[in-house]
Design a protein around this ligand. Structure first.
Ligand code: LIP
Length: 288
């Protein structure tokens, strides 16, 4: 199985005992790796999904492809960058459990939008972010079916297939197309449905694509005006959250909180404030 080389080590960024942390090297390495991983997922989908099992609930599925893609990525990182840690959705922590100070931890969702992947719907992605000292510094998201690709590195902008992203210009809530998603737990879904019921009359419309990483990238592109969701795991939003932020969106939780499992809200500044206040009004991150 071909593994991408870490070109950062070729161009001298590596030094004995210190992790390679050049943004260009990390981004280039992860783009190559995500492309290979997405190609593996696409080929496995074409061969037919197998070995489907469930996790947190009867609808929270994982397939042989999720596991194979995560193993592929972990092995590629172990081969090219053995000093790096990995946190993946299916197997958790790999390589060193934690990175050295200033070292890299990769955060991986091998197939985000697994239900779409199972149903052969064209909205699933490989999502890979690099984290250094608790800051996400690079993000790559690639649609497994279409090959659409979004990338960003901290402070250097967000791009889709080479085009710089700058989000939506929408400032009127009633004209906003808002993406969201729902968890796998029925109680959580009931609470999420109440929020959407309250919000729906306030906005243009709602979209539910089924993959948080792609939702965040579509918001970064301005193909939806905003996105919010509660209950996400770090691997769902680490890469897409950086891409949205580097496109100029505000990515946060509610009431001053950072984005996270409580809630992820990504929107351009004016819309962010308007949507934030509605989500607080409907207690979108409230206890269930
Ligand atoms: C999915 C998220 C999506 C959410 C789904 C699911 P998975 O992740 O990307 O936003 O609404 O319920 O959590 O499970 O496909 O990796």
């Amino acid at each position: 199985m071909k593994y991408p080389r870490d070109r950062a080590q070729d161009n001298g960024w590596s030094s004995a005992g210190r992790p390679v942390v050049s943004p260009e090297g990390l981004l280039e390495f992860s783009v190559d790796l995500v492309r290979s991983a997405a190609d593996l997922a696409r080929r496995m989908r074409e061969d037919g999904v197998s070995d489907v099992s469930t996790k947190s609930t009867e609808t929270d599925v994982v397939t042989a492809a999720d596991r194979a893609v995560e193993r592929f990525v972990v092995e590629a990182i172990r081969a090219a960058r053995p000093q790096d840690a990995v946190l993946g959705e299916e197997f958790g922590r790999a390589n060193p459990v934690a990175p050295a100070p200033g070292g890299v931890q990769w955060i991986l969702d091998p197939i985000d939008g697994t239900v779409n992947y199972l149903y052969d719907l064209p909205v699933s992605a490989v999502s890979l972010a690099a984290r250094i000292d608790d800051r996400i510094v690079t993000g790559v998201v690639r649609n497994i079916t279409t090959g659409a690709e979004w990338v960003a590195s901290l402070g250097r902008g967000a791009f889709a297939d080479g085009r710089r992203l700058c989000g939506s210009k929408q400032t009127v809530l009633s004209q906003a197309l808002v993406a969201t998603g729902f968890g796998y737990d029925a109680r959580v879904r009931a609470a999420q449905a109440r929020v959407v019921a309250g919000l729906l009359p306030q906005v243009r419309d709602i979209r539910r694509w089924g993959a948080a990483s792609i939702d965040l990238c579509l918001a970064a592109e301005g193909k939806v005006d905003a996105y919010f969701e509660r209950g996400l795991n770090l691997w769902d939003h680490a890469a897409g959250g950086l891409i949205a932020a580097e496109a100029g969106l505000i990515v946060s939780g509610l009431r001053g909180a950072n984005s996270g499992s409580g809630l992820v809200l990504a929107a351009p500044p004016v819309l962010h404030g308007l949507l934030h206040d509605q989500l607080v009004r409907f207690d979108a991150d409230g206890a269930i």
